[in-house]
Design a protein around this ligand. Sequence first.
Ligand code: BES
Ligand code: ZN
Length: 888
Amino acid sequence: MTKEINLESGSEPTFSRLPKTVIPTRYRLFLAPDLKAFTFDGTEVIEINVTEPTERITLNAKELTVSNVYVQDGRGTQLNGVVTLDDEHETAEITFKGVLGKGKWTLFATFKGVLNDKLRGFYRSVWTDDDGKEKVLAVTQFEACDARRAFPCFDEPEFKATFQVNLIVDSHLTAISNGRKLSEVQLDGPFAKGAIGSKKLIHFAETMKMSTYLVAFVVGELESSDPVTVNGTELRIWCVPGKKHLTSFARDAAAFSVAWFEDFFAIPYPGGNKIDFLAIPDFAAGAMENTGCITFRETALLADEKNTTHEELEGVAHTVMHELAHMWFGDLVTMRWWNGLWLNESFATFMENVCVDAWKPEWRTFDGFGFSQAAASKIDALASTHPIEVEVNNPEEIDEIFDVISYEKGCSILYMLERYIGRDTFRDGVRRYLKKHSYGSTDTSDLWDSLEEACHDAGLDVPVRKIMDAWVFTPGHPVISVEASAMDGFITLTQKDFKFLADAASETLWPVPVTVRANTAAGVIERKFLLEGAKQTVYLGEKLDWVVVNAGGSGFYQVRYTPALLAKLTHDMQNRLTVVERFNLVNDAWSCVKARLTSAVDFLETASLFAGETDFNVWTKLLGSLEVLHSILGGPHQIALAKLISSLVEPSVKRLGFDGIEGESAQDKQLRSRIFEVLGTVVGDAKVEAKAKELFAKWRENRDSVDSNIMPAVVGVLAHRGDATVYDEFEKLITTSETPQDSERFLYALAEFRNMELLKRTMTKSVNGEVRNQDAPYLFSNIMGNEVASVEAWKFLKDNWDKMAQMYPEGEFADMCRSVSNLDTPEMEAEVREFFATHPVAAGDMAIAQALESLRINVLLRQSESQRLAAHLLPTVTHGCVAPAPAE
Ligand code: BES
Ligand code: ZN
């Protein structure tokens, strides 16, 4: 889309909102997709309310032709309309010869469009059946602003209406939409286009009052699981033929969640009496919460429980629960405009965690919550971050905010509030909010109203609005420094905006809900309070020994202790600190390294305290950070660090071994896999490589004979060391694998090889149509992240820029470009900056600004730490080799 420059206000595009003079109340849609010609014909009947007399109706349309438009009122008055399409502003303006008076009218229109291959609007998805025949599905993806690509509509979330969908499709196909199928009639009229009975007309039940972005229809060859009925709502998992055996896990997750959400929200499922869950072979996002017709990419819905890793299963459960949470939070109650997107996404992200935790407490979901906070903090500590809620005026700006700030930061601050006011009060507030605004539209402030009422009724004096507004409307988050006060029993907390680049820090002060746990004369005590100013001294009790700030880890802030306080905490860490608290200790220490507040050498010292660590999450954070340090070193220093890593994980290797242990936890399985991978790649342990070969041979014979959790590591190790034979085998396995997860694993493994010829083959695949456009940007991103390939991949990216920009879904392309932050030398940085100065990325302004700032931070990290770290690791070796490892 070309942005129009409005000279008066600077550079803002002029995208105005639709006037409120015409309000739609009910749509009847008739759509006839042609899965061979990739087109569709449509007719619509929209009941509207005219609030002020007008000669004009403006609604949204994009890449449609619209004809035969007229309005009628209840007395039979008919006015014919002339349509002016404005593709740039994505509108259809209909002008009538005469005035539509106030009151009810009905708008009729006929339109045509293309079933595009852009994975948005009404699009086609292609798959191959067992006989090698190509088949087509027609699918919709409307969020955020793409319903207008399928039918002319008032495509803003506040224009809620009901939708009665009718589809005319080939008789042998299945059609699914938001509402339940009411009837199916064979056609022999003009729509039949040929043999009588070759087409059928399907009527679907009218939806609840909802926004256009939630409308959906899917047409094609589909098969489904048996239905399961939960409190009267029928649930079915759909997929293309041949994959039905992969539906039971999602069905179990869905069945649990629908009942659980009905109870949590105290509102029965609002979308009618069925929910279909559909796995779509080509799907840009992970999943989409269309009311009653939820769509997913295959890996996010289908799973073979026995041959899927724990992480992949968790992924399916999280996605199913996230989308189901939206049925209430988003679908029943919807943000008035897209600035409130975070209300939808952060809330669904939060509820997904709570629901998974309720379903499978043994998965210890909240032990891993630090990853969400850390992912958000990594972006939020950039000057180029944005407040959770921001003004957005056009579709590109709207697409841009589906990011880690709207999802993970938003979710983190909801969790912070929930822990502060308690789950019961939080739930009470949410129930009030949903009840009060059912079928309506809200602003952020409406949620605070309800939560404040709940706090009031619970006798809690918490200024919810004041706290939350500060976190929602101010970018960034603080680091809280903790020191023991001169007086026994007191600590002093000081807050400051945390930024990786010191000069980017603002003077912002947040109202921070703080939880502290401390050992005092009175035993272990816990205190909750609000830190409001820059500095606050708090009394905790006599004979204060150790103290944990951000106890429980629900606070969205970093903590820095004085060395003396830190030493006390780490002394008996496994007993004194919970998993999340230990995770945060590592994460905060690592953030300090990135901010160059402490040295990489200090980080190694912190890491050495974790040799006795047993938790998967903590190890993952530690090993990830150590891998970054490994990547900024060269030759012998890398080997020295690898040795150190190897000795650090040794106790865990002794404890876990490389084969599964009967009855062990999923977390231990994952930990084994993570360590195995690091040993086989970064450390280059020959025994591990041999073991990987052995396990892979076993797997090849019989998939069930190897614990699926170790497979990502096995595949990763083999790719890292692999030659063309391994490459060829993996390449085949992409298409012959029996699960979408395995298939994806072998695809992405093609980015992990170290031989440049093989990596070039992978690069070529990412643009020659062999890899689905939904996956290619991730594949390419992984190549950019491969230290031996990044420079070559950058050249390839520049050479194929236009092609990639045109092929890949917009949001994924922008996200892919973030991987330039791996090019962490000053020369490459200069080149990257120069390139982006003249190559804008659609819906990617923020992504690029953040990528460039991250790149700056990585360059500075390499500059300041590689030599110091090298000197520490091998004091006798001169460090002439701190450049990235040369490509093989
Ligand atoms: N509403 C989104 C889908 C979406 C994402 C639409 C981006 C338009 C642009 C959906 O609820 C969602 O958040 N999906 C996630 C998966 C979820 C488990 C976090 C996704 O697609 O990544
Ligand atoms: Zn969502």
